[in-house]
Design a protein around this ligand. Structure first.
Ligand code: SF4
Length: 81
């Protein structure tokens, strides 16, 4: 039974708001300098790890290896922690 509008669910549900909060990501995605603009696939994380906040298992990038720090800064991103 439907109880709410899809747009409202997307805007307010803890799951959907959580998936837009890159500070909740774990694994490589959680420590990645690109998390604010990428965030990885939440569907792949959930499918393979059972956790929608786990790292994207198909991404091969290792956080901290981007060799152009000035470009990161220009994009408003911080180096990996
Ligand atoms: S580890 Fe890969 S998928 Fe995750 S945020 Fe970084 S670039 Fe994106």
């Amino acid at each position: 039974m439907r109880t709410g509008r899809l747009a409202g669910i997307h805007r307010t549900s803890p799951l959907f708001t959580g998936m837009r909060d890159h500070g909740r990501l774990a694994g490589r995605c959680g420590g990645c300098e690109f998390a604010p603009v990428c965030g990885g696939s939440r569907s792949r994380a959930f499918t393979l790890a059972g956790d929608p906040y786990a790292e994207d298992p198909w991404c091969s990038y290792q956080p901290g290896n981007f060799p152009y720090p000035a470009d990161l800064a220009a994009m408003g991103l911080r180096p990996a922690a």
